[in-house]
Structure formats: C-alpha cells, structure tokens
Design a binder for this molecule. Structure first.
Ligand code: NAP
Length: 286
C-alpha cells in the first residue's frame, strides 16, 4: 500500500474560504469585523514570521488583525497591563501571546491573565479544564487542525485505536482529549514510554507530536493506518522534516501528512475559526 497525501495546504485554504463567508456574515450582522490581537515580545526570528502570518491572514479573511510588538526587555508588568487592556477592549475577540516569551517573563502567569472568552490559543486553565470535562470551549489550534484533517479524509476516530506520541499541553494532551471525545481508544506515549514501536504498531491513527526527526520508524506503522505528523524539525540538510520517517511510513499507511504542507497550514486556519467562534460566543453571552 502507498498512502495518499493529506494536503494540509489545500484543506487550510478551504477552511480560510469558509471563514471569509462567516466573517462577512458576522460583520453584516454586528456592524464590525471580528478582531484578533497578537502580542509578540522580543525578536525571535521564527516568532516574527509566525505573528506576521497570523496578522496578514486574519486581515485577508476580513478580520481586524492587530500586531503588538514589544521589545525583548519589556517587563512582565507591562505585558500584563497590555493583556488586561485587550481583555477589556470590546473590539478584541481573540488574544494570542506568541510563545516563547523571554526568560524573565513567566508564561503561565501571562496565559492565566487572558480572558478565557478571548483565549483563541486555548491555553488558559479554564480552556484546558473545559476540554478535559468535554464541555464547549476554545481548543488549541494545532489539535483542532489535526481533527479537521482526519475528518477531511473520512477518518472517523470512533472505535479506532489512536496513538498520540507527545503529551504537551499545547499539542499531545488536547489531541488525545479530542480523539477520546470522538470515541477513539487513545494511548498517549511520551519520553518514558517503553517499547514505543510496539505501542505505535497498535494505532489505526498515529499522531506524532514530539519534535525529533524520524523518531517514528516507518516499519512501526500498522498497514492502513492514518498518520498525522505534527513535528517540525530542521534537518542537517536545512530542510523541514517531521517526526515520522516519511517514505517507509508512506509505504504502509493509508493516509499521511507531509512536512511541510500538512499540519502547519491548519494551525493558522483554526486560529481564524477560533477567533470567529470567540466573537460569536461573546455576543451570545451578553
Ligand atoms: P514539547 O512541548 O517539547 O513536547 C514534546 C513531547 O514529546 C513531550 O511530551 C515529550 O515527552 C515527548 N517526547 C520527547 N522525546 C520522546 C521520545 N523519545 N519518545 C516519545 N516521546 C517523546 O513539544 P510540542 O510543543 O508538543 O511540539 C511537538 C512538535 O510539534 C515540535 O516539533 C513542534 O515544533 C511541533 N509543532 C508544530 C505545530 C504546527 O503547527 N505544525 C504546532 C505546534 C507544535 P515528556 O513529556 O515525557 O517530556
């Protein structure tokens, strides 16, 4: 079997098109566009690219996108004051503070200050708690993107064995919870998991979210499995690679995401969906 590629770029654009229609409808009904405010502290080169993309894409779909750039030596107090101001600004529907923050700033404190109704990254304790309870709330964008990719290729997790490799708050844990909510039988593997190959081999769905190039060996993949590779690793060749050994895994899987062009484009598309959902939820809550 040779897997079909899951084209995250095309699916991400499709989601963006859906958002354009929904944003136009929101703007017509409420007399203003949904607003996404992104905060960047410092000049980390990768973060600069990410935030610029978020700002540009939100504008492209008709939202009010605003980027707040703060110098690397910004104090935690100043950052918290900005978050507080954005929390209270009625035109702001989504707040995203780009990680990583400089070491003198406590990320958990900053995230915990974001109004959960505007938490489009889904990282506040309230958002994480709602997800754990299976209640509606804002869910981290990358896991949402993975679920959309599965849906797009007709993979219903119900009754399937899903193996998630990685247990981060940003990716692994929320993906596992979303899969559980869709009635998969979920195993979460991590750095202390013994015999990872045996665990992975059980997965009808394999989600790799580690950050180690080719950690997941192609020969571990169960024939016919759907493989979603979240990992982004810069290889010695200067190119981006996933966590999964791509060619041998492709030879066994039914569907597989490429890196780049798989999960990456979905993250930003889902951020737009979250911003729109947050805008609607705040209006409904009034
Ligand atoms: P993270 O916070 O560093 O978490 C990595 C996870 O991998 C941890 O749970 C760790 O286990 C586990 N791990 C490490 N070594 C392992 C091993 N040998 N075997 C099994 N598990 C192992 O990373 P993250 O934020 O979740 O991101 C994971 C990857 O996804 C990174 O490459 C990141 O760049 C990428 N990413 C991509 C997108 C996108 O849009 N495509 C978005 C977010 C992240 P322990 O908990 O035991 O330490």
């Amino acid at each position: 079997m040779t897997a079909q590629l899951i084209d995250g770029k095309a699916i991400g654009l499709k989601v963006q098109d859906e958002v354009v229609t929904r944003v136009a409808e929101f703007t017509r009904l409420h007399g203003r566009a949904p607003g996404l405010d992104v905060v960047l502290v410092g000049d980390d080169p990768a973060s600069q690219v990410y935030v610029r993309n978020k700002e540009l894409t939100s504008k492209k779909v008709g939202m009010r996108g605003m980027l707040h750039r703060l110098p690397a030596d910004t104090s935690q107090t100043t950052l918290l004051e900005l978050v507080d101001r954005l929390n209270r600004d009625d035109l702001v529907d989504g707040i995203l503070v780009q990680m990583p923050l400089p070491p003198h700033i406590d990320a958990e404190t900053v995230i915990g200050t974001i109004d959960p109704l505007k938490d489009v990254d889904g990282l506040t304790p309230i958002s994480a708690g709602l997800l754990a309870l299976g209640r509606p709330g804002l869910v981290p964008c990358t896991p949402m993107g993975c679920m959309r990719l599965l849906a797009e290729v007709g993979c219903d997790p119900k009754g399937k064995r899903a193996v998630v490799i990685g247990r981060s708050v940003l990716v692994g844990k929320p993906i596992a919870q979303l899969l559980l909510a869709r009635h998969a039988t979920v195993t979460i593997a991590h750095s202390r998991t013994t015999d990872l190959g045996k665990v992975v081999a059980e997965g009808d769905i394999v989600i790799a979210a580690v950050g180690k190039e080719a950690l997941v060996r192609g020969e571990w993949i169960k024939p016919g499995a759907v493989v979603i590779d979240v990992g982004i690793n810069r290889g010695p060749d200067g190119k981006l690679h996933g966590d999964v050994e791509f060619e041998p895994a492709k030879a066994r899987a039914s569907w597989i995401t490429p890196v780049p062009g798989g999960v990456g484009p979905m993250t930003i598309a889902m951020l737009l969906c979250n911003t729109l959902d947050a805008a609607k939820a705040r209006i409904t809550a009034r």
